[in-house]
Design a protein around this ligand. Structure first.
Ligand code: ZN
Length: 405
């Protein structure tokens, strides 16, 4: 069975070292390169959709999380507070919303600014029990693709539909195949904040936004502050988890006393939409490693092109080609150690999408012979054409290896 922990080790994507701590994996250069490409893509997608990115610290004063309700409703999932002095306690944040509420509150806001979309790929922490931790799928240090969209009430429907569109676009580019949409509602025996009328209104808004979408209802799966739309995935072992989420919150704007000035000069409370297009980088990659069996689409493959000189005489042209590929924005390497066959097998084991063989004839003619990781071999072509071919697939974030695929 495909297991992202085994592939993660074999492909040197990440390592879990007991000395660092369970649930605290370290991303190795190959994993970090793939993650970096995905992060850049998501940030760009958000920027083009009107999001504004911020940076905020992964820990904050205890009072911030008392105000947000996290210490009242969510303390069991949080690390215990760290005490510097009697009146100075800090907690590792379990969510980014409190900081983003402070971004909204940093100055007066006008209705003209809404929806105000504050995004961050930020760190947060969960005190998961060590028994449930494994690889990247359940971790204690989480890097979340997060945003908080502050809206007027009558903007919420359009905003949620637009978020659903962005989620579909991101899933298509990454190769995520959702297993289902879920409307997560309140259930008995759990702690929830806020009044019934606000919950009912939020549920109605989410149901309306799901018009035309196949979804199931899941009582008891709501956040403590509001109902949500969850998009589920199933991993190779058949376990279901949430990858994307859209949550409505009438409570935090109240708690943080957020307001904006409306067209008529009156002060109004915004509605807060918490959303994540692709979830945490950890859970996303646990899933992507398995769904692609380690062979990521070329645009986020850790190494996109490996150059193999046939013998010593072509090392220099191969190194030169790597430099040209890097200058064109590609991730490329040269491999000189061992027989050509062994090096071709090595590149296949590492799931490198393109292998460029440079023999005496190619070197003399300024050409390269490309082999694709699905086994296809292309006729020798000028170096510029090969780089153009790969560059086009990468820039188009295509799932195939040739732009015609
Ligand atoms: Zn949030």
């Amino acid at each position: 069975m495909i297991d992202h922990r085994r592939l993660g080790r074999e492909l040197e994507l990440f390592v879990s070292d007991p000395l660092a701590g369970a649930g605290l994996p370290i991303w190795l250069p190959a994993g970090a390169a793939a993650r970096h490409a995905v992060e850049e893509y998501v940030r760009d997608l958000e920027r083009r959709a009107g999001y504004r990115h911020v940076y905020s610290p992964p820990l904050g004063k205890r009072e911030l999380f008392e105000l947000s309700g996290h210490l009242g409703y969510f303390a069991d999932d949080m690390f215990p507070p760290m005490r510097l002095s009697a009146d100075d306690e800090f907690v590792l944040r379990p969510a980014l919303c409190p900081h983003h509420a402070l971004v909204f509150r940093a100055r007066g806001r006008s209705y003209r600014e809404l929806p105000l979309r504050i995004a961050e790929l930020g760190g947060m922490y969960r005190a998961e029990r060590s028994g449930v931790l494994g690889g990247l799928s359940r971790v204690r240090a989480i890097s979340l693709n997060d945003a908080h969209n502050f809206c007027a009430l009558d903007q919420v429907g359009d905003e949620v539909r637009e978020i659903l569109r962005l989620i579909r676009e991101a899933h298509a580019a990454l190769g995520v195949r959702p297993a289902g949409f879920r409307l997560s509602l309140r259930g008995p025996g759990e702690k929830y904040v806020g009044d019934d009328a606000a919950w009912a209104r939020a549920e109605d808004l989410l149901r309306a936004a799901l018009d035309g979408v196949d979804f199931t209802e899941a009582p008891g799966e709501a956040a403590f502050y509001g109902p949500k739309i969850d998009i589920q995935i199933v991993d190779a072992a058949g376990r279901e988890s949430t990858i994307s989420t859209i949550q409505l919150d009438f409570d935090k704007p109240e708690k943080f006393d957020l307001s904006y000035t409306d067209a008529d000069g009156s002060r109004r409370r915004p509605v807060l939409v918490h959303r994540s297009l692709v979830g945490s980088m950890e859970r996303l990659f646990a899933y992507l490693i398995e769904v692609h069996a380690g062979a990521f689409p070329a645009w986020y493959a850790p190494v996109q092109l490996v150059l193999l000189p046939v013998d010593q005489g072509q090392v220099e042209p191969a190194v030169d080609l790597v430099r040209r590929a890097e200058a064109a924005g590609l991730r490329a390497e040269v491999d000189v150690a061992g027989s050509l066959g062994a090096r071709i097998r090595g590149a296949a084991r590492r799931r490198v999408p393109y292998v460029g063989v440079v023999g005496p004839r190619e070197a003399a003619g300024g050409a390269v012979s490309l082999r694709l990781c699905d086994g296809r071999a292309l006729a020798p072509m000028p170096v510029a054409d090969a780089l153009g071919l790969i560059g086009k697939v990468v820039a188009g974030r295509s799932a195939g290896l040739l732009s015609a695929d």
